[in-house]
Ligand binder design. Structure first.
Ligand SMILES: N[C@@H](CCC(=O)N[C@@H](CS)C(=O)NCC(=O)O)C(=O)O
Length: 204
């Protein structure tokens, strides 16, 4: 299995999940937007995954689910009862559909307005920050009931949240200002596999 990543992006999530499986894998650093990477993944985004004989796989949540399904012995999912499954799926959908998109207008405001003035770009960032704060508050609520994003055990939702929560370091309200998220992040940062994936991506 080969994971394509750019440092500190949401590709950190499957990188941690792969570390958690303990199975062999490769991780290849790519340059976002480069011709070379577009030839591998026409969407030009990370993460992407290549597994034996299959086409390139994209979409962080689908990749995480694939890793979980491929290595059941790593126990990165939940029990098969419908409510547990719903809890994990709901968390993954929140992370993909609400959490991740909240950040992009903040980081690349020029994609969200055709007005290139500093004022217009700042307005996009302000509007984006309000949404980031909302999703961080919701994540705080999820983490208030226990140390994991979904259910009562470690799942693929944990590294997914971890990878993106790190981005709040660049916003006016970093994760340390949301107490349940702070507890979660500090626990994750002590995890050896998390540390290994971060080291491999040149992150501290
Ligand atoms: N829908 C994709 C989005 C992936 C995505 O936006 N990845 C970011 C990094 S976190 C990226 O590659 N951005 C490059 C770009 O937007 O050009 C997924 O969930 O995997």
């Amino acid at each position: 299995m080969k994971l394509y990543y750019a440092p500190g992006t949401c590709a950190l999530a499957p990188h941690i999940a792969l570390e958690w499986t303990g199975k062999p894998y490769e991780a290849e650093l790519v340059e976002l937007g480069s011709e070379e990477y577009l030839n591998i993944n026409p969407l030009g985004m990370v993460p992407a995954l290549k597994d034996d004989g299959f086409r390139i796989m994209t979409q962080a949540d689908a990749i995480l689910k694939y890793i979980e399904a491929k290595y059941p012995e790593a126990d990165l999912g939940v029990t098969k009862d419908p409510l547990s499954q719903f809890g994990l799926d709901e968390a993954l959908a929140f992370l993909t559909g609400d959490f991740h998109p909240a950040f992009w207008p903040f980081f690349v405001p020029d994609r969200y307005t055709v007005n290139s003035s500093t004022g217009a770009q700042d307005e996009v960032r302000q509007a984006a920050f309000a949404k980031i704060d909302r999703v961080m508050n919701h994540l705080s609520t999820l983490l208030d009931g226990g140390p994991h994003v979904a259910g009562s055990k470690r799942t693929i939702a944990d590294p997914y949240a971890f990878a993106m929560v790190r981005w709040t370091a660049h916003t006016p309200k970093p994760w340390q200002d949301y107490p349940p998220v702070k507890r979660f992040m500090e626990t994750m940062l002590k995890d050896r596999s998390v540390q290994a994936a971060m080291k491999a991506q040149g992150l501290s």
